[in-house]
Ligand binder design. Structure first.
Ligand SMILES: Nc1nc2c(c(=O)[nH]1)N[C@H]1C(S)=C(S)[C@@H](COP(=O)(O)O)O[C@H]1N2
Ligand SMILES: [Mo]
Length: 324
């Protein structure tokens, strides 16, 4: 496949020089995760500051914190230690502790992403080139797992819409399909057929283009830990956590609704939409309440995870029991 030539960045989107330099520091710091901080040609002054042994810091350029007001008032972020040690990432095993224990073998740089299908400019692009024209944003979002636990995570990322637009989606693009890396050397859980690899996810195009939908590269102001989906993962805060596919290598725009991993596993239990809905029980348990990791007791699950005001217009006229 030919390599992707980035769309020229309109002057309105070109950042001021100081900002650009800080972005460069971030990009190099991000690149440094795979090989440690001693990158050749990367002076100390250009490094984001991080304590030895810690992930490089990210310096988001905006303080955008969308999402419901009550999120800011009642929901303190989950402890970083919990968010990075209680994970679902079957490529490294099925226990919650497996990803943190085994994801050290994942090499998040160099990394490239294929953009395919119904776009005017398909191709394969290096992740740093994919990120370069964009401004990193802070987003504090809840993550609600279908298993009825939840976390509040300060993500760092870029809106998926801004990325997709650069590849010129054509009018036939009605859905977006995503795939995770397949490499049993890096992802030892793939030596077993726990799932039909690659892990696959999908969104309708309007969901993908919604301003809340984020491609995350960091969390808690730092580069994403491998176990959280380094170097690039999706975050769709009004959907169950399994829609937030990790370690993405392929984004394909399609005319037809793509098949997703959990639908393929068990279509009765997991639907394509997977919108958080306290009124629709999973066939084996209720979705009415959730346990916030780090808290005792349970709290009620909110319709669309509390993001209804922003996203309910996407589902007007749809029966969310039928389209679960
Ligand atoms: N590639 C891949 N992505 C994945 C998963 C997975 O097993 N493989 N698990 C999903 C599930 S079920 C959840 S709840 C979230 C968990 O994200 P976190 O570990 O960062 O909290 O990742 C999702 N993304
Ligand atoms: Mo999940």
């Amino acid at each position: 496949m030919r390599s992707f030539r980035p769309t020229p960045v309109p002057s309105s989107e070109i950042t001021a020089e100081g900002v650009f330099l800080r972005r460069r520091a971030f990009l190099r710091a991000a690149a440094g995760t795979a090989v440690g901080l001693g990158l050749p040609g990367c002076s100390d002054a250009e490094q984001a500051q991080a304590r030895p042994g810690e992930a490089p810091l990210l310096k988001p350029l905006t303080g955008v914190i969308p999402g419901p007001k009550e999120l800011q008032a009642d929901d303190p972020p989950t402890a970083f230690k919990d968010a990075s040690s209680y994970n679902n990432f079957y490529e490294f095993g099925t226990d919650k502790s497996d990803p943190a224990a085994h994801a050290g073998s994942l090499r998040p740089r160099p990394w490239s992403v294929a953009i395919e299908g119904e776009v005017g400019r398909p191709g394969v692009i290096d992740l740093d080139d994919l990120l370069r024209p964009h401004t990193l944003e802070d987003r504090i979002y809840r993550l609600r797992c279908v298993e009825a636990w939840s976390m509040v995570i300060p993500w760092v990322g870029i809106p998926l819409a801004a990325v997709l637009k650069r590849f010129d989606p054509v009018s036939k693009a009605k859905y977006v399909a995503f795939e995770t890396l397949v490499d049993p050397e890096q992802m030892p859980g793939q030596r077993r057929s726990t799932l039909d690899w690659p892990y696959r996810e999908g969104l309708r195009i309007d969901e993908a283009m919604h301003p809340l939908t984020l491609l995350a590269v960091g969390m808690y102001g730092k580069v994403l830990p491998n176990q959280n989906g380094a170097p690039l993962r999706l975050v769709v805060p009004w959907k169950y956590g399994f829609k937030s596919i990790k370690s993405i290598v392929k984004i394909r725009l399609t005319a037809r609704q793509p098949r997703t991993t959990w639908q393929m596993e068990n279509a009765r239990e997991y639907g394509f939409f997977a919108n958080v809905n306290p009124e629709v029980s999973h066939p084996r348990w209720s979705q009415a309440r959730e346990r916030r990791i780090g808290e005792w007791g349970k709290r009620p699950t909110l319709m669309l995870n509390g993001y209804g005001e922003q996203v309910e217009s996407l589902y007007r006229g749809m029966d969310l029991r039928e389209f679960y």
